[in-house]
Design a protein around this ligand. Structure first.
Ligand code: IVH
Length: 674
């Protein structure tokens, strides 16, 4: 191995330090001091140096992207057990807790407590040896958990190293891994689009993400950490929870959003009220407040009764809940055939919103909670999260006819057989021509992130399907204006607009096209990965799954699905049909060396007016083909790419003799070269 020059080693050390600091500013303090572009530039530079000199520091940010999948998690024993918490459900019960503490300590004086939100996530233990993160495990049963080190490293707010001259020999830091509500919702939308079952709540989503054998999947799920406790420790000692939290903050660990130190139980109740008030504006889910005796010596004296410490308790908030009845359990069929059970409820008002249905998520959830038609249930709407059934409350009063619901024997829409893949919680309709799936596929094909056909939204797809005009997405391209004008939702102008939008959408990118096909598990991101590796759609025909797994970040499941899709004759016929109907696929994402043709090399473009694609996309396209985009017209400008309503730039171009071209002309230029 080449010896690394001293100045390069210094540069790498500095880059790692700087990048980690910027990560901390961004993910822990939420107050970055450099732009994302500047960060990316430094990151790329570090990566280049690391690869060239094969010198990687353990706390390098490049080590956060995930590692090859594991077969299973190893088990890890906690040096000190991870305890659970006793609950208090009213302020009276909080006062009783305080009285117990005082009785045990044989004191009349007010005790000092810390109060912080109870995060609804997963408890973790992170071990730092000589300042370097070297072990991370789940709580498990409190004594033994699972080794999720590779996954924890992908969480950007987790320091990989404690940057302090005076680091403890070894320290176990405990905290909660959680997912923000917004992130949870957008992930569920993505999952539904990709035909995967939704997670029931942010907690399950965080748990599912942290228990991934493939850490590069965890890396994509935006997880957070809040540190709140210390386990075994050597080489440093803390006097109190407050002092420990101050140390965590100093060492750049993320700590709870609110943590207060108060003396006496009245102060504790004030803080609980404050947290409950802020509950709906926190970006994360919290279901209570945790109250801890501050002084560690007093904690030691108070000790533990079986699993719960005497020195702490959790006050549980009342959720937005209501009691109602399940009228029916219905099944909704998604684009890839996934069948989601939905409870049809007698309408109730919860937290100011009318609720008449609630997702039951998947079949396991129904079985676990033993949910039946006719049941009286508690429905909860926490934060902005979709309502869910918490529990059944009439189990002992059920009538004679009450039976657990049968899983779907056949598709509720098309009657085809259903199957349940091994290890999957969802049932899937296997009918190729299932009306629900077909309509969902067309909706997906036309949607904004896919082929982006303006005017072909959910309602119009349903209408055209019911009219028998579009039974498959290839039929979109045979629509004529005459077919549309007499339909209920159309008139002269709207029909013309739709036909034009369809025409426009025919020029697309390989990423969009691949995404629009609705291949199971292939979302926008994986479509982009494919487009980077394959130049033309034809290069994917009959592809083997091993070829797909060669692509970094593509797992076996997705590779299987892609390979299955491109080895199906029916699908190949569809792709060929789309091409002969005029769909033109360009691939600006193809990054291999051979792309170096750069057909637009040396040419300067100015863009004006509304084009069929966003400005960013057009700029990217020109840039990838070697051209340059300028903001203003000059004599040096070679082409003005003009869309609708071009404005003053067009006049200027004409006066300077600059050639005006359309978006379609631009595509031709790229395809054929100048
Ligand atoms: S302290 C004995 N603090 O609640 C101390 N726990 O019901 C136990 N939790 O397993 C942990 N937020 O997963 C503590 N601010 C917080 C917490 C918290 C959430 C969870 C943690 C624990 C469970 C106990």
């Amino acid at each position: 191995m080449k010896k690394i020059p001293e100045n390069i080693e210094k540069e790498i050390i500095k880059l790692v330090k700087d990048l980690n600091y910027h990560c901390y500013r961004y993910y822990v303090l939420d107050s970055p001091v450099i732009s994302d572009e500047e960060y990316d530039k430094l990151y790329r530079h570090l990566k280049e140096l690391e690869e060239r000199y094969i010198f990687i520091l353990p706390d390098s940010p490049t080590q956060r992207v995930g590692a090859p999948p594991l077969d299973k998690f190893e088990r890890v024993k906690h040096t000190e057990p991870m305890l659970s918490l006793d609950n208090a459900f009213s302020y009276d019960e909080v006062r009783e807790f305080d009285e117990r503490v005082k009785r045990f300590l044989k004191t009349e004086e007010d005790v000092e407590y810390t109060v912080e939100p109870k995060y609804d996530g997963l408890a973790m233990e992170l071990t730092y040896r000589k300042g370097i993160l070297y072990k991370a495990s789940t709580r498990g049963d409190g004594y033994e958990g699972e080794d999720v080190f590779l996954n924890i490293k992908t969480i950007k707010a987790v320091p990989l190293k404690i940057e302090d001259a005076d680091v403890p020999e070894e320290i176990d830091i405990r905290g909660e891994v959680y997912m923000d509500i917004k992130e949870f919702e957008s992930m569920n939308r993505e999952r539904e689009k990709e035909g995967e079952p939704a997670f029931a709540n942010p907690r399950n989503a965080a748990a599912g993400s942290i228990r991934q054998l493939n850490s590069s999947i965890t890396a994509k799920r935006k997880l957070h950490l809040a540190c709140y406790g210390v386990g075994a420790v050597s080489g440093i000692s803390f006097k109190s929870q407050w002092e420990f939290i101050a140390w965590l903050k100093k060492e750049r660990f993320p700590v709870p959003a609110i943590i207060k130190l108060v003396r006496g139980i009245d102060g504790v109740i004030d803080v609980i009220k404050e947290i409950e008030q802020k509950r709906n504006v926190f970006p994360f889910e919290t279901d209570g407040a945790v109250i801890k005796v501050n002084d560690f010596e007093l904690q030691r004296i108070l000790g533990v009764k079986t699993r719960e410490p005497r020195w702490a308790t959790a006050y549980k908030f009342t959720a937005h809940k209501a009691v109602t009845r399940i009228k029916n359990i219905i099944f909704s069929v998604g684009r890839t055939g996934t069948i989601t059970p939905v409870a049809d409820l007698e309408t109730v008002r919860i937290g100011g919103v009318n609720v008449s249905s609630s997702s039951l998520h998947n079949w396991d959830e129904i079985a676990r909670k033993d949910i039946r038609v006719g049941d009286t249930v508690v429905v909860e709407r926490a934060g902005d999260v979709i309502p869910h059934v918490v529990e059944v409350i009439n189990k002992d009063k059920r009538g004679k006819g009450s039976e657990p619901p049968e899983p779907p024997q056949k598709c509720p829409v098309c009657g085809s057989a259903v199957e349940r893949e091994e290890g999957e919680v969802a049932y899937r309709c296997i009918g190729l021509n299932c009306a629900a799936q077909v309509q969902e596929r067309i909706k997906h094909y036309a949607s904004r992130a896919a082929m982006d056909i303006e005017g072909l939204g959910v309602k119009n797809v349903e209408l055209l399907y019911l009219q028998g005009l579009v039974k498959h997405f290839t039929d979109i391209y045979t629509l004529k204006k005459e077919d549309l004008v007499d339909l209920p939702r159309f008139a002269e102008k709207s029909s013309q607009n739709l036909i034009e939008a369809i025409e426009k959408s025919k020029h697309t990118t390989l990423t969009r096209f691949l995404y629009s096909l609705g291949i199971i598990h292939v979302g926008e991101y994986s479509a982009k990965l494919l487009a980077r590796d394959f130049d033309h759609i034809e290069d994917l025909y009959h592809v083997k799954s091993e070829r797909i797994t060669e692509i970094k970040q593509m797992g076996e499941k997705i590779a299987e699905s892609i390979s299955r899709f491109f080895n199906d004759h029916e699908n190949i016929n569809t792709l060929e049909a789309l091409k002969s109907l005029g769909v033109k696929i360009l691939n600006p994402d193809f990054m291999k060396e051979k792309e170096e043709k750069r057909p637009l090399e040396g040419l300067i473009f100015v863009i004006t007016g509304t084009l069929p694609r966003s400005r960013d996309e057009v700029e990217e396209l020109i840039g990838k083909a070697g051209g340059h985009v300028s903001g203003s017209i000059s004599k040096r400008t070679n082409f003005l790419v003009a869309g609708e309503e071009p404005g003053s730039k067009l006049q200027k171009a004409q006066s300077l003799g600059v050639r005006k071209i359309s978006y379609e002309d631009l595509l031709k230029l790229i395809e054929e070269g100048s």
